[in-house]
Design a protein around this ligand. Sequence first.
Ligand SMILES: Nc1nc2c(ncn2[C@@H]2O[C@H](COP(=O)(O)OP(=O)(O)OP(=O)(O)O)[C@@H](O)[C@H]2O)c(=O)[nH]1
Ligand SMILES: [Mg+2]
Length: 194
Amino acid sequence: MLCDSMGLDEKEGVGLCVDDIPHILKGCVPDRYEFSPQKPITPKHPTFITSPSLKDRIHCVAYVFDINSMDNLSSKMVAKLKQIQKEVINCGVAQVALLTKVNNCNEVLQDNFLKMNKAMISQSQIQNVNKILGIPLSRILVVDNYASEREMDPVKDILILSALKQMFRATDDFLEDLPLETDTTAGMFQLCIS
Ligand SMILES: Nc1nc2c(ncn2[C@@H]2O[C@H](COP(=O)(O)OP(=O)(O)OP(=O)(O)O)[C@@H](O)[C@H]2O)c(=O)[nH]1
Ligand SMILES: [Mg+2]
């Protein structure tokens, strides 16, 4: 299951509230819950999930960035991201970064699919994410989403499916570290930086 959240904003009281993060990670936030940027969810909320099961929990967090905005991340935004990462690490949840709007995937893939990672890794934006968030290069994924296209594009599809595969691998790592339980439906959580 892929869960999409409200985007983050560097300003306090705008975008997803950092205090909501632990509740989301633990699986206490119900589907379709409407987040309030000023007020995190509390156990008093009528649909708050007080005893979440493994399937309600988040197993992998994907931080979604526009690749072209990586050089302009403000120090406030970086501080907010680090605060969130602390919560994520505390909960033992896997993390990946998903960089969208990559514009050279076409050349890279057409050149030689096997060289893709090498060419991508040399991109300064990827190095930046690695430095800022400490996310390993293999967990920094790049995609070019469908935006204005009318037809399917196999090159985009390859990148998108390969990103999804890496997310599942990260999710598997989380599940492998858990004590054996019967219910292992995986959930992922996407944080959009707007
Ligand atoms: N060209 C291009 N456009 C993209 C890509 N990803 C998203 N977009 C466009 O960027 C805009 C914002 O995308 P969203 O998915 O709504 O971004 P978001 O961060 O989730 O935004 P909110 O949920 O509204 O905070 C839309 O117009 C998308 O079509 C991409 O990889 N390439
Ligand atoms: Mg969104």
